[in-house]
Design a protein around this ligand. Structure first.
Ligand code: PDD
Length: 284
């Protein structure tokens, strides 16, 4: 049984209880982070904690713990659960109070939860076979740059993809792809440019995305941060997604049509390998 962290305590997962009045439960008034674990170590914790701070700031949500204290909680969980590969999930909600849309009284403590989840990130079947994607309208709210737990539309979209025999959905707003349900979207054009949507309030600033952009530059490849259409996807040589829990997965089919030759793209596989090599080096 896992040990989880709840409001200052490390306890067995079946003993961790949260109030029915918690604002994370009633209003999704909560933010979260997901940090990958490789070789028993956190990958890019500093970048995740920086994004956490930004999300907290945008929500005016106070968390009275330093970055070092958060790191220590992550590390204790990794060692208590002997996690080698997978992720640490962190969630902060605006705490517990009788249901009221306005914020609770000042000083109401936030609810902080962390737990680990094992996952094979490197030896993953989807990395080998590639993903099938459907497109769906992006009906999410206007602040997708904040990592809130308000993920209902992402769940509905992912389930629709599953029911249609696909692995995920790419979300389309005003003709342009914003991102996947829980990942950033990329294509490789016929002339070899890697394209991903520029950052704005419409999408999450993915940590994996930002590291990939740096790596792609370093490899002397062309990267363009701009919107792209489904028509461009149809004519793309390759496509892929990025996230902390997948790193890079090829996309081989969109809306029933093969991308390129319908196989994981060569450049995509190279980019995944660059990313893994760097991740193994920084967690070694
Ligand atoms: N999701 N876009 C969305 C909507 C996401 O939910 C995520 C991550 C990303 C990729 O961000 P990063 O590279 O920092 O993981 C993009 C996490 C993994 C999740 O919800 O489980």
């Amino acid at each position: 049984m896992r040990t989880v962290y709840l409001n200052g305590e490390f306890i067995a997962e079946n003993e961790a209880k949260i109030s029915v009045f918690d604002r994370g439960f009633t209003f999704a008034d909560a933010i979260y982070e997901v940090t990958a674990v490789l070789q028993g170590k956190l990958l890019d914790f500093d970048l995740h904690v920086a994004r956490l701070r930004r999300s907290l700031g945008e929500m005016a949500l106070a968390l009275p713990l330093s970055d070092d204290e958060l790191l220590a909680i992550h590390q204790t969980l990794l060692s208590r659960n002997a996690l080698q590969e997978g992720l640490v999930y962190l969630q902060v909600s605006r705490g517990v109070e009788d249901r009221n849309f306005a914020f609770p009284a000042e000083g109401t403590p936030p609810t902080l939860v962390l737990y680990t989840q094992a996952k094979n990130i490197i030896a993953s079947p989807l990395a080998q076979q590639g993903m099938k994607i459907i497109s769906l309208p992006d009906l999410r709210w206007g602040r997708c740059d904040i990592k809130t737990t308000q993920l209902l539309y992402a769940c509905l979209a992912k389930e629709q993809a599953r029911q249609r025999g696909a692995d995920d959905a790419w979300l389309v707003k005003e003709g342009l792809i914003t991102e996947g349900t829980s990942n950033n979207a990329f294509i490789v054009t016929a002339d070899g440019a890697v394209v991903t949507r520029e950052l704005s309030r419409l999408l999450l600033p993915g940590i994996t995305r930002s590291t990939l952009i740096t790596l792609i530059h370093q490899q002397g490849l062309r990267i363009e941060e701009r919107g792209f259409t489904l028509d461009e996807v149809k004519h793309a040589a390759e496509a892929f997604i990025s996230s902390s829990t997948s790193f890079v997965y090829p996309v081989v089919n969109v809306d029933g049509q093969p991308v390129g030759d319908g196989q994981p793209g060569q450049l995509t596989q190279r980019i995944r390998q660059f990313y893994i090599d760097r991740a193994l080096a920084v967690t070694a």
